[in-house]
Design a protein around this ligand. Structure first.
Ligand code: ISL
Length: 562
């Protein structure tokens, strides 16, 4: 495999609105990010992905861009952005922005011009399609609920929006539109950006016949994802984009891809793939419920198997980007850990099994201190457009308010969007003003300041993990070594070996997700402990040497050089 500059890097996602507010408006900003670069450097971060910071009406928190060349005033100025780039560079860190090009905002000048002249050239930047029998062109339900079509005022046409109606889909079949997008991408790369996280990109290819599908819900609509699953040809668009932009700059690209067709992995992330990498959502998909508002609890064995399958599938092809959580997903500690493991030991265990997998680790802000989901008493306390829609759907389907709120507690995207917990002080040190979204009240216990003081905190442990992964001795093994599952017969053990390509020492990563202690037989008594979350390293060492065994308490984890 040809080595690339980003193969051995550790990435961190910042959700700017909730990261750190320095001007007291309750919204995080670029100054806040600049002031925390050293914090991130110490955490072992190389690549920073910023969720959208472009000008936007924030109907979908910046994923509705009204000017791709401007920084949202809420976040700061272009000068501050340039400063961020320069400060990151000084620290040998890389900045990656969010590329949201399946759609833009209805406030973007392209869309305004399109509405002003629905027969003009800008209408062709979007999908303005004639209705059928006085109704929408097809029965698609948007990702956020309701029809994916909205009437174009004063015409018999509708425009397509796979997400909110304020997020009209861009017409990628139009070469002029594509040129505009490529120009914009290159403009940012010229500035010194290291690359992009690419939003919802699979959706850019449409079936231009827009066929209707069998309804799959009481609303008589069919999820727009059906069209995405059936249509062919997204690869040509993605290749074109890559050649015209990323490739020229050796940029790092990480794609958000759901609903890829079988056997397309090599085309997406192989050596000459469309992207550098793409997120592995396979474990997250396990908790998706029958409908948009429900979720299923995690079944440990199914979860373990899914992760290993994904690792296996990727080996020899490329790298996936491993995440526990992001701004769209509930907090990992609340989702993947059984109740009894939702403590510091459990959070370290979850971190160990994820960060040391083969692939590019992404840490989402607050994950490094073990932030959790947040319970709310009323739907008015949520801000997210998708959560509010899910809540309403749940109520319409007959759920009680309590039941619908419980679903939000488990699934809401706002779980991950509560402000970053920097300290136990006012507003968790996030803002001197009123935070745009209420804090998780547990900030008095879970916060950076407290954890920085403590050697045994989740934060301190994350630092050790990233340091181990990137240490000169083991970097190659953790980057390129195979991931071979171990102890699969043990019901509650998550274990794998990272096997170096040159046949050198293997590294065992083992974790006990069970409630009781568990003893594993080792192949040798010479194993060296590289990292563990249990206090008693001396006892562990003795046991390995004398009995050739490793006993892990409940939520115990250990990394051993075999
Ligand atoms: O495709 C999906 C499920 O099969 C959706 O989950 C979809 O891919 C996902 O919601 C896309 O998310 C991204 O784009 C959205 C934005 O709201 C999210 O925050 C972003 O991560 C629209 O831009």
């Amino acid at each position: 495999m040809k080595k690339k500059w980003w193969h051995d890097k550790v990435a961190y996602q910042i959700y700017p609105k909730s990261f750190l507010d320095t001007d007291g408006d309750g919204i995080g900003d670029l100054r806040g990010i600049i002031s925390k670069l050293d914090y991130l450097k110490e955490l072992g971060i190389d690549i920073i992905w910023l969720s959208p910071i472009y000008k936007s009406p924030f109907v979908d928190q910046g994923y509705d861009i009204s000017d791709y060349y401007k920084i949202a005033e809420e976040f700061g100025t272009m000068e501050e952005f340039d400063e961020l780039l320069a400060e990151a560079k000084k620290r040998e860190m890389y900045i990656v922005m969010d590329l949201v090009v399946n759609h833009c905002s209805d406030q973007h000048e392209w869309f305004r011009k399109a509405l002003a002249d629905p027969e003009g050239e800008y209408a062709d930047y979007f999908y303005f399609i004639k209705g059928k029998d006085g109704k929408a062109p097809s029965n698609y339900r948007s990702y956020f609920g309701g029809s994916a079509w909205e009437p174009v005022p004063g015409t018999d046409k509708y425009y397509l929006h796979m997400f909110a109606k304020e997020q009209p889909d861009l017409n990628w079949e139009n070469p002029r539109l594509r040129r505009e997008i490529y120009k914009m991408i290159n403009w940012w790369l010229e500035k010194g950006l290291a690359g992009f996280r690419i939003d919802a990109i699979i959706n850019i290819k449409k079936d231009l016949d827009f066929p209707s599908f069998e309804p799959d819900g009481p609303d008589g609509l069919a999820s727009c994802v059906k069209m995405v699953e059936e249509v062919q040809g997204v690869g040509e668009l993605l290749e074109d984009m890559k050649h015209e932009t990323f490739e020229k700059y050796d940029a790092f690209t990480v794609a958000e891809v759901f609903n890829m067709k079988d056997d397309e992995l090599r085309e997406f992330i192989g050596e000459d793939g469309h992207f550098s990498t793409m997120f592995d959502f396979s474990a997250h998909e396990l908790t998706y419920g029958e409908n948009r508002w429900e979720s299923r609890p995690i079944d440990f064995k199914e979860w373990r198997e899914t992760i290993f399958e994904s690792q296996k599938e990727t080996e020899g092809i490329g790298f996936k980007a491993n995440i526990i959580e992001n701004h769209d997903e509930p907090r990992g500690a609340s989702r993947f850990l059984p109740e009894y493991a939702q403590n510091e030991a459990g959070k370290k265990m979850l971190a160990t099994t994820s960060i040391l997998l083969r692939g590019i680790p992404f840490i989402y802000q607050g994950q490094e201190i073990g932030m959790t989901n947040c319970r709310r008493k009323d739907i008015s306390e949520y801000d997210d457009i998708s959560t509010i829609d899910q809540y309403n759907e749940a109520i319409n389907a007959g759920c009680t308010v309590e039941e619908a709120l419980e679903c939000c507690y488990k699934n809401s995207r706002d779980n991950a969007r509560t402000p970053m917990q920097w300290s136990a002080g006012k507003n968790a040190g996030f803002s001197a003003g009123t935070p745009w979204l209420a804090l998780n009240p547990n900030y008095t216990k879970i916060n950076v300041e407290e954890q920085e003081k403590r050697e045994d905190s989740v934060l301190s442990y994350y630092k050790k993990l990233t340091a181990l992964r990137k240490s000169p001795e083991y970097r190659e093994t953790f980057t390129y070594g195979k991931c071979v599952p171990k102890y699969e017969d043990e019901e509650e053990i998550f274990a794998y070996c990272r096997v170096p390509e040159d046949g050198g020492h293997q590294i065992l990563v083992a974790a006990n997700f069970g409630k009781e202690p568990h003893t594993l037989k080792l192949d040798s008594s010479g194993a060296e402990i590289l990292l563990t979350n249990t206090a008693d390293q001396a006892d562990m060492k003795k046991e390995i040497q004398k009995k050739q065994e490793l006993t892990l308490p409940s939520c115990g984890t250990a990394v051993l050089l075999l």
